[in-house]
Ligand binder design. Structure first.
Ligand code: HEC
Ligand code: HEC
Length: 151
């Protein structure tokens, strides 16, 4: 089994060496929709997006994690703290005037309902994102599912 893997390693290394020669750290002629910046240059950061409070963030399909209708800058979600739960947990939601996390957030992957938030729902931003009022980069004809479409 040793020979084939050595062979693959050699092939990968020679391809990498070739790629380096042909493509001297540049984008290889690829133009991005966000503009062209060769890899060796540093582009100025984009302006921070605004998350307008008044925008309606309705769902487009059933079982979509609702979009976050507020700013989340500096909200820590880590081993030590979960800022989101300080408003959205069942304990705090009422007092903070926030929607409480739904029952699905208490179910673990064995389908057992836990007494506290399921670890697989802890990192809220895996599923929920704030939506900026940004111009789409690509045209999109996506239609909301019938049951959520307003006449
Ligand atoms: C200071 C309290 C507070 C914190 C912290 C907070 N939220 Fe919220 N959140 C709210 C309130 C209040 C609402 C209700 C809408 C509004 O007023 O903006 C809301 C709405 C939402 C909604 C929409 C719920 C729905 O039913 O459509 C989601 C999703 C959400 N927040 C996710 C998060 C996530 C993820 C975090 C952490 C990154 C977070 N929130 C942190 C107060 C908070
Ligand atoms: C694995 C994906 C996932 C993660 C992680 C997750 N959510 Fe959700 N969330 C959903 C989905 C899907 C829904 C809509 C269906 C449902 O209620 O389960 C939802 C619904 C919600 C709602 C609306 C509840 C309602 O009754 O309308 C709130 C608020 C919310 N989540 C907050 C949070 C917060 C805060 C966290 C982190 C502590 C979090 N979610 C983590 C997927 C996720």
């Amino acid at each position: 089994m040793k020979k084939p893997s050595l062979f693959i390693l050699a092939a990968v290394l020679s391809t990498a060496a070739w790629a380096q020669q042909e493509n001297l750290g540049d984008t290889g002629g690829l133009a991005s929709l966000r503009g062209v910046t060769p890899l060796q240059d540093t582009r100025p950061a984009d302006d921070l997006k605004k998350f307008p409070r008044e925008q309606a963030l309705e769902s487009d399909y059933v079982y979509q994690p609702p979009l976050i209708p507020h700013n989340i800058r500096n909200y820590e979600v880590s081993l030590n703290a979960n800022k989101c739960l300080s408003c959205h947990s069942w304990k705090n939601a009422k007092e903070m005037g926030a929607t409480k996390i739904s029952v699905t957030h208490y179910v673990n992957r064995e389908d057992a309902v836990l007494a506290d938030m399921s670890p697989r729902r802890y990192f809220c931003l895996q599923c929920h994102v704030p939506q900026a009022n940004a111009k789409p980069l690509v045209k999109n004809d996506f239609q909301r599912v019938d049951s959520l479409r307003q006449q």
